[in-house]
Design a protein around this ligand. Structure first.
Ligand code: NG6
Ligand code: CA
Length: 515
């Protein structure tokens, strides 16, 4: 299978780097190694950037990276929701192999255990300084619900390879609504100790359900009617926080400022930055200066804010003279959703914009828009032929490809499911990419894409996402097989019956991988 042929090919490519390492001594090699910045958007759809055909919003900073780098048309996140997708990205292990990797509560215990090997570990071993900013959503602490938010929390990101972290424990719509810096609440306010529960409210605390008059910033459309922070209802209950509570309109500024500061302080050694935005996840509440810039309301304005973050990171890299030899990847954790639980006008104000970029389904779904995401690779000193690439790529390979980039690859995969062989595709040197990618929907239905086909396993479930978002799940008790036709791929015609041998083969392959 081409995956394995490619493996040999890439092993051969990696060799000169490691030989050079011995010949030149560490310093020299370190300076050759690129910095790596992953800019990971939340719920940003295949059609949400102007370089991918977005309407009514312009994303000049991302577009510039695409124009001077590679823009992929068949790149996949591993799952159509955040926690499993991020788990796979950071560990190279499919989320269906590990219990407890579904969308995590804000008081979930740390999902990646300290013994697991992560992409941050790989970079650290290669002599990098590593940092994470923004949305985490992979749990913190040893036991669910038992964290003391008023003291340092362990285990935290330092235990899985990150030298520095400034993160949100889960999502912006989940409590606790505070930043966690190196395992402890940032700007901790001792006058307002923090308590969190996903079971019951704290005595005397208002909720969106009972006190809708206090929702002065955003009202909910479904769910999100528990604790109120900054005039917005959340999932879960919290008390306290005081000055440490975030203001949603400042989240992008805050994580960007911390990342910029980190880059300025760490240009002596190569660095790896995991920069995960809240944009364009709900609650969409961008800073005032982005209000109205998109003509699509808050969701479009959040896309513009995301683009601004990208621009600020590029700017500081440029100022520090690092842009040439920094590998920047821009992608998303899963596909788009329009109304995800707040009355933010996202649907009414689309004005012809299609977040799904013509694909069927969306976030949560097993259809293509669930996991096919924007994917842009920018590395001026290595990529000399910018362009658009149709190669099949998957975020499952992130750990192994990055280890290869950092010079840690020694011919053996470092993760359970990823492959360093994909590096050639990620850098535009192989136009086919993986033999297949695997995607997992919210109900764990698995799908398998090859370059020409998409197979969805029979599992069954509701036709539409049942709790609010207007999204087709793609779940069925029948096997589904769709032919991928370039430029016209809409998963409308199930041809499983006409192609039993293809369908059967892909089913076997899927089960092989699952095993
Ligand atoms: C859902 C939330 C949704 C979002 C999602 C996780 C409700 C009604 N909906 O349960 O708003 O938070 O979980 O999104 O609560 S993800 O991108 O982090 O996976
Ligand atoms: Ca997401």
């Amino acid at each position: 299978m081409n995956k394995y042929n490619l493996g040999l090919f890439t092993a051969a490519m990696a060799l000169p780097l490691s030989l050079q390492a011995q010949a030149d001594g560490k310093q020299e090699v370190c300076s050759n190694r690129p910095n790596v910045v992953l800019i990971y958007a939340d719920d940003l759809g295949f059609g949400d950037l102007s370089c991918y055909g977005a309407r009514n919003v312009s994303t000049p900073n991302v577009d510039k990276l695409a124009a001077n780098g590679l823009r992929f048309t068949q790149a996949h996140a591993v799952a159509s929701t955040s926690t499993p997708s991020r788990y796979a990205l950071l560990t190279g292990e499919y989320p269906f192999r590990k219990k407890g990797t579904d969308v995590a509560a804000g008081n979930a215990a740390m999902i990646i255990s300290p013994e697991q090997y992560t992409v941050a570990d790989a970079f650290k071993e290669a002599g990098y300084t590593t940092a994470a900013f923004g949305k985490w959503h992979l749990g913190l602490g040893a036991e669910t619900g038992k964290q003391d938010w008023n003291a340092p929390i362990e285990p935290a990101l330092a235990d899985i390879g990150f030298d520095y972290s400034y993160i949100m424990a889960a999502t912006a719509d989940r409590v606790p609504c505070v930043f966690i810096e190196n395992g402890a609440v940032a700007n901790y306010d001792a006058s307002a100790p923090i308590y969190v529960s996903y079971q019951k409210n704290f005595e005397g605390e208002p909720t969106g359900r009972e006190n809708p008059e206090l929702l002065y910033n955003l009202k909910h459309s479904h769910g999100h009617d528990m604790s109120i922070v900054n005039g917005i209802g959340r999932i879960g209950y919290m008390k306290g926080g005081g000055k440490a509570l975030w203001k949603d309109e400042n989240i992008a500024d805050s994580i960007t400022a911390h990342a910029v500061e980190f880059i300025k302080k760490n240009c002596e050694k190569p660095f790896f930055i995991y920069f995960a935005t809240n944009d364009v996840h709900v609650p969409r509440f961008p800073h005032e200066r982005f209000r109205g810039v998109s003509g699509m309301g808050l969701r479009g304005d959040a896309i513009a804010q995301f683009d601004w973050c990208v621009g600020e990171i590029v700017k500081v890299l440029e100022q520090q003279g690092l842009l040439e030899n920094t590998l920047i990847i821009v992608s998303s954790d899963n596909g788009p959703v329009i109304d995800d639980g707040y009355d933010d006008g996202a649907e009414e104000l689309l004005n012809g914009h299609d977040p799904m970029g013509g694909l069927r389904g969306g976030k949560y779904s097993t259809f293509e828009a669930g996991t096919r995401v924007p994917f842009i690779v920018h590395w001026p000193s290595r990529i000399d032929k910018p362009g658009v690439k149709d190669a099949l790529v998957s975020q499952i390979d992130f750990l192994d490809v990055m280890a290869n980039v950092a010079g840690r690859y020694n011919g053996k995969a470092l993760s359970p499911d990823g492959s360093a062989a994909s590096m050639a595709a990620w850098l535009g040197e192989d136009d086919k990419g993986r033999a297949y990618t695997i995607g997992m929907a919210a109900n764990h239905t698995l799908s398998l894409c090859t370059y020409d086909w998409k197979y969805i396993e029979p599992k069954g479930g509701p036709v539409m996402v049942p709790w609010g978002p207007k999204i087709e799940t793609g779940y069925s008790t029948e096997p589904q097989l769709y032919k991928k036709v370039a430029g016209d791929y809409n998963e409308k015609e199930n041809v499983a019956k006409e192609n039993p041998e293809v369908s059967g083969l892909l089913h076997i392959l899927l089960n092989e991988v699952r095993r």
